[in-house]
Design a protein around this ligand. Structure first.
Ligand code: ADP
Ligand code: ADP
Length: 246
């Protein structure tokens, strides 16, 4: 497993050199069932807080589209609505976090999704004297997930999502932001949605207790409007940052 680089002081941020020193970086995770609105909220949060964003689903879909080794390993699991094996995904995400881009903080979406992934992330951060600032759980009931994912449309270029009823694009099947084509993801089909939900409850939901026990979990009612959810999440993240600076 690759080590994360030690982080040195840089403009506008303070990094810790030991357990007693201050940290003012935001290292955040978004957790929640498929379709909870993690990507929708991430887009707003990255703007609010200037955080680099790493979404494992986007990274994996790009790898599949490019036909890379990672994509070849991941495709059959993704098509079946199953998780890509831990040993495939952990290396990818820790490598991304090693980069300069993530050295002042990050927003992770879709990782960790299992307890071994959470352990690997925690250990890698600890090794370089960093820690998580908070884990943002956006929760919605299963029937809402099914409605959201069945109507989701995704921009082929930016990954921005729309919903045919809740957030339709101005012109059918075309992204408002860049005019690219909108598609329905292969795994946003009824059978695969049900499988992904089952996988979430079985393999990812234990992370709620895991992070609650570490006093990192913050819960949000994802069934509210995107603006309401955003207001709550933004206020919480602003508080986390303040607490960290104190
Ligand atoms: P959603 O945003 O709808 O929850 P994602 O785009 O995050 O879905 O993920 C799509 C698929 O990519 C998952 O069903 C899974 O196959 C794979 N995947 C994404 N993140 C991980 C991860 N951390 N571990 C294993 N598989 C993952
Ligand atoms: P995730 O990244 O958790 O899989 P997305 O952000 O892609 O979820 O959202 C899933 C679908 O639900 C998209 O079609 C999106 O437009 C829609 N959506 C997101 N947030 C809300 C919300 N608060 N209320 C209604 N629909 C939403």
């Amino acid at each position: 497993m690759p080590d994360l680089p030690a982080t040195g002081p840089s403009a506008g941020s303070v990094h810790k050199e030991s357990d007693n020193a201050l940290v003012s970086e935001l290292n955040l995770i978004l957790v929640g069932p498929p379709g909870a609105g993690k990507g929708t909220q991430a887009e707003k949060l990255t703007e609010d807080f200037g955080l680099p964003y790493f979404a494992t689903g986007n990274i994996l879909r790009a790898a599949v589209a490019d036909g890379t080794e990672l994509g070849k390993k991941a495709k059959e699991y993704m098509d079946a609505g199953e998780l890509v094996p831990d040993d495939v995904i952990i290396g990818v995400i820790l490598e991304a976090l090693e980069g300069e881009e993530a050295s002042d903080g990050f927003l992770l979406d879709g990782f960790p999704r299992t307890v071994p992934q959470a352990d690997a992330l925690g250990e890698a951060l600890q090794k370089v004297g960093r820690k998580l600032s908070g884990v943002l759980l956006i929760d919605v009931p299963d029937d809402e997930v099914v409605k959201r994912l069945s109507g989701r449309r995704t921009c082929v270029k930016s990954g921005h999502t729309y919903h045919v009823d809740f957030d339709p694009p101005k012109h059918d099947e075309v992204c408002d932001q860049d005019g690219s084509r909108l598609v329905q993801r292969d795994d946003d089909q009824p059978d695969t949605i049900r499988k992904r939900l089952a996988v979430y409850h079985e393999q990812t939901e234990p992370l709620v207790e895991y992070y609650e026990g570490r006093d990192l979990l913050r819960r949000f009612d994802g069934s509210r409007s995107p603006t309401d959810v955003h207001d709550h999440v933004r206020a919480t993240v602003a508080t986390l940052r303040l607490e960290d600076e104190l």
